[in-house]
Design a protein around this ligand. Structure first.
Ligand SMILES: [Zn+2]
Length: 159
């Protein structure tokens, strides 16, 4: 039986923080505020996998109160969630994700993000879609105050 899940994440952009998306550190004067490295794309995908498993959200599994996840590499966090899915007898079929960021332009980094994510998800990069959007100058993303991501994943039973 297939399972489907949806995930979403938003981080405030602040000075003196790295901007990490899909495991790629993007040169910029601001970055994601947050407990881990603030990788909104990795978090949205992990959230979608947990959703497909009916396992709550990321905060349940990696609480802010746990100092072990301070400045954590979110790709490791994503790998942990993929491992949880395998424990339940599922593997990832495909992922489709949107990243919303006003600037800088993400397109030059999308291929690296897809490769990093595919490695953590244990699938081919051809099954990982990352689409870069802006906020068109509107809302928190559009004002450059936030980065957001949404993802949908399909899980299939392990062979
Ligand atoms: Zn997050």
């Amino acid at each position: 039986m297939f399972r489907i899940g949806i995930g979403h994440d938003t981080h405030r952009l602040v000075e003196s923080r790295p901007l990490v998306l899909g495991g790629v550190t993007i040169p910029f004067d601001r970055g994601s505020d947050g407990h881990s490295d603030g990788d909104a794309l990795a978090h949205a995908i992990a959230d979608a996998i947990l959703g497909a498993l009916c396992e709550g959200d990321l905060g349940v599994h990696f609480p802010d109160s746990d100092s072990g996840w301070k400045d954590a590499d979110s790709m490791q966090l994503l790998s942990r969630v993929v491992w949880l899915a395998r424990e339940r007898g599922f593997e990832i079929e495909n992922v489709d994700a949107n990243v919303m960021l006003e600037r800088p332009k993400l397109r030059p980094h999308v291929e690296s993000m897809r490769e990093n994510l595919a490695r953590a998800l244990n699938i081919d990069a051809g099954c990982v879609s990352v689409k870069a959007k802006t906020g068109e100058g509107l809302d928190a993303v559009g004002r450059g105050d936030a980065v957001a991501a949404q993802a949908i994943v399909l899980l299939k039973p392990e062979d």
